[in-house]
Design a protein around this ligand. Structure first.
Ligand SMILES: [Zn+2]
Length: 48
C-alpha cells in the first residue's frame, strides 16, 4: 500500500479520485515509499 503526505494537512493521507488529498483536496501531496519516511530522525544510526 502506498502512503501520501499532504503538505496542507501536515499528515499522512489518502488520495481521492482526482489524485488529490482526500482530506482537503490539495494537490500538495508527496508519495511516501514507506512509513519509515515519516520519521527520518534515525537515518544515520548504523555504524560498522
Ligand atoms: Zn490535505
Amino acid at each position: 500500500m502506498k502512503y501520501w503526505w499532504c503538505m496542507e494537512c501536515d499528515q499522512k493521507v489518502g488520495l481521492n479520485r482526482q489524485g488529490r488529498c482526500e482530506c482537503c483536496d490539495s494537490e500538495g501531496v508527496d508519495l511516501l515509499l514507506n512509513e519509515s519516511e515519516l520519521s527520518r530522525s534515525d537515518s544515520a544510526a548504523s555504524s560498522d
